[in-house]
Design a protein around this ligand. Structure first.
Ligand code: GLA
Length: 708
């Protein structure tokens, strides 16, 4: 018997290997002190004398549960050779330990399989990474239905799941689900995940922002996926996450391998805020890569979509860019509508050159005008797609994902190109590369606006995962050819917001819903796993284009200011007062940007109809809080007790910006808003502060800085 362990800064994964089989997960949680000999760990896990069970005990929480081993819960590996070799039992297992990593190589001589499992846990982090590779050692093909990327064990009191569903425009909708017995599973089959974000959080009943042992699991994959949480016979919970495969999607020829994406898991003893911080830090450290090696201040963006839609007029766009510059905006993104024939959704995708009527001299004059103003130029593309009404489709009608004999189902009047075919990927790369070489375009907004349905390759086999891998490869190639390029992942808003796509991209368009009230909930769910500097958040017009709601500029701007801020309206249509006000919010965002995007501690409070989101710098000398009144409540909100401040410090507390408040203030509150007050961190962290009564759908920002 042997134990293996991985230690993070405050967490431990402990595995036990008996005989020569796959290891059992003994513990994934708080860091273990002391040393328990393997024999004793084995004795602690033994369940002798079970009545009416198998005569020989079996392992339920194996690192990769399979069929036929005695465990009757979710199998993490399901494969067969046309109905034979459908059980799997690994009996020849070698484990190699290196600092922060375990490598398991396991063989099943009966089903003729080799399985490799890779586990990593950085000593200074607390996010466990797991992935696996399966090889067919037989001489006949192996059909794989499931190969989990990650298998994680939760304690028996994990009875509540926080899951994310919703739909287009309502992404990251948080729901609490009770898991007292049985199985919960989420399966995504549409190739993108507005309604099935690939992450879950679990804890004991009533865990909240700051309290409770909570576990989080995420799959770094932008395609179909399945995550399940199932109670084992002894009450503990096993979470299994990986790709969801269509029938026949993966068949391994003799010697062939299947490699999973990376799954991630983390644990925090300090509730949701602590868990989010771990994921955010890990994403910054291990997932993202930036041109030049480091993130630079996130440029405030003007995105042209809601201000123009498909109507592109050079003079108007230049005037908008100039107005944006005046507001303090730093990047101009030309959204959909610029390509040949793209006057509506029904044409143009696939023909990635400028429309000759809208851009008679190409994109050059607009790019020059915009960059001449000192703004960066970004461009919207949707490279995986084609409209039937396009030159590309007319020339190559067979270039799309389809199943022969079945209806070609369009969505938003578009079809999906078969990127698994090298000549098609090459053609798309060539078109994008030509644009990027011709102009100083430093940013692409990479859209993907439809579900996959009956997505077969040239032979009619399901091509979901292969298409996604080809898309990742295309992004990799494009970034290698244009190292200064940043890319935004946008799939009708939040359809592709996972750690997999973020290896290739630098921002997420969080949702197509730009209503600030809706955004508060969407951004809350987003922030559980993803850091604020990646969260595209735009100030849009009022009334809002999606919901028709009217909001003050202050509310819209304050909500956007806590993400990667942008503006999505025609800035030439603002009156003088609005211009001054919006410029003030943009200046505030820029001033706070190093704090908001600087990897500080993010805190959240929900109280009586209001949400309070804070970022506290790592040294706790600076903090900013967004207080948003989401609705009116019968009871007054309790004082705001500021989380995360240093009780030994005094802070200058200032409400900002004072000139555009939507609230009535007392004389002393007025001092707070206009001059600021010095208050001890101890008092703010205990008695807290009575906030002014705020009307629904208004917000204010509080800033704190250590006072010396
Ligand atoms: C998607 C995006 C929007 C916009 C439109 C353009 O819906 O999410 O931001 O780019 O496409 O067609």
């Amino acid at each position: 018997m042997t134990t293996y362990r991985l230690d993070g800064s405050t967490t431990t994964l402990l595995l036990l290997q008996r005989d020569n089989g796959l290891p059992e997960i003994v513990h994934w949680g708080a860091r273990l002190g002391g040393r328990t000999p393997a024999g004793a760990v084995g004795a602690l896990r033994d369940r002798a004398n079970r009545r009416n069970g198998l005569d020989e005990d079996h392992v339920e929480a194996a690192l990769m549960p399979t069929l036929g081993t005695g465990s009757l819960r979710t199998a993490a590996l399901v494969a067969s050779r046309s109905g034979t070799d459908w059980t799997a039992e690994f009996t020849d297992v070698a484990i190699v330990a290196a600092p922060g990593a375990l490598e398991v190589t396991a063989r099943d001589p009966v089903a003729r399989l080799t399985l490799e499992i890779f586990l990593t846990l950085a000593a200074d982090g607390d996010v466990l990474g797991m992935r696996s590779v399966l090889r067919n050692d037989g001489d006949t093909p192996l059909q794989v239905e499931r190969l989990a990327a990650g298998v994680f064990l939760l304690p028996a009191d994990a009875e509540e799941l926080l899951v994310f569903d919703g739909r287009w425009g309502h992404e990251f909708t948080e729901r609490r689900i009770s898991l007292t017995s049985g199985l919960w599973a989420s399966e995504n089959r549409r190739g993108r995940s507005h309604d099935r974000f690939p992450g879950i959080i679990a804890g004991h009943r009533g865990f909240d922002e700051d309290r409770g042992l909570v576990h989080g699991v995420h799959l770094g994959w932008s395609g179909n996926h399945r995550t399940s949480a199932e109670r084992l016979e002894d009450g503990r919970v096993l979470v299994v996450t990986g790709e969801w495969l269509h029938p026949g999607e993966v068949e391994l020829a003799p010697g062939g391998t299947l490699e999973t994406p990376l799954a991630y898991a983390s644990v925090s003893a300090n509730g949701l805020s602590g868990l989010s911080r771990r994921f955010h830090d890990m994403v910054r450290r291990e997932v993202l890569s930036w041109p030049g090696g480091a993130m630079r201040p996130r440029p405030v963006t003007l995105n042209t979509w809601e201000g123009n839609y498909f109507t592109h007029r050079h003079d108007r766009l230049v005037a908008q860019a100039a107005a944006a510059k005046q507001l303090g905006i730093e990047r101009f993104v030309l959204d959909d509508g610029w390509m040949a024939g793209r006057d509506h959704e029904r044409a143009g995708l696939g023909d990635w050159w400028p429309d000759a009527r809208k851009y008679p001299d190409g994109l050059g004059p607009l790019v020059q005008a915009v960059t001449g103003l000192g703004l960066e130029f970004g461009l919207w593309v949707e490279p995986e797609m084609v409209n039937p009404d396009s030159d590309l489709y007319r020339a190559h009608p067979d270039a799309v994902l389809k199943v022969a004999g079945r209806a070609l189902r369009t969505s938003r009047h578009q079809l999906i190109l078969d990127l698994t075919r090298p000549e098609i990927a090459e053609g798309i790369f060539g078109q994008l590369d030509t644009l990027l070489r011709a102009h100083p375009i430093s940013y692409l907004k990479w859209d993907m606006n439809r579900d996959f349905v009956a997505a077969g390759d040239a032979e009619g086999r399901p091509a979901y995962r292969q298409h996604l891998l080809a898309n990742y490869a295309l992004l990799t190639r494009l970034r290698a050819a244009h190292p200064a390029l940043e890319i935004e992942t946008c799939s009708s808003g939040g359809g592709r917001p996972d750690f997999g796509i973020l290896r290739h991209t630098n921002r997420v368009w969080t949702s197509d819903c730009t209503d600030a009230l809706e955004r508060l909930a969407i951004q809350r769910g987003f922030s559980r796993f993803l850091p604020p500097e990646l969260m595209g958040a735009h100030v849009a017009a009022s009334p809002n284009h999606q919901t028709g709601r009217r909001h003050t500029l202050g509310f819209r701007a304050a909500v956007a200011a806590f993400g990667h801020m942008g503006v999505e309206l025609d800035p030439t249509g603002l009156d003088e007062q609005e211009r001054v006000e919006l410029a003030g919010w943009i200046a505030l965002h820029k001033r706070l940007r190093p704090l908001l995007h600087g990897g500080g501690h993010a805190a959240l409070r929900m109280q009586a109809g209001r949400s309070v989101r804070g970022v506290i710098s790592r040294d706790r000398r600076q903090a900013a809080f967004l207080v948003a009144q989401e609705r009116s409540e019968a009871h007054r909100a309790p004082p705001l007790v500021f989380p995360g401040l240093d009780p030994a410090l005094d802070y200058r507390l200032l409400a900002a910006p004072p000139q555009h408040l939507d609230t009535r203030l007392s004389a002393s509150q007025r001092i707070l808003f206009e001059e600021g007050l010095v208050v001890s961190g101890a008092l703010l962290g205990t008695a807290g502060m009575a906030l002014p009564e705020m009307q629904p759908e208004t917000a204010l920002v509080l800033e704190l800085a250590a006072h010396v």
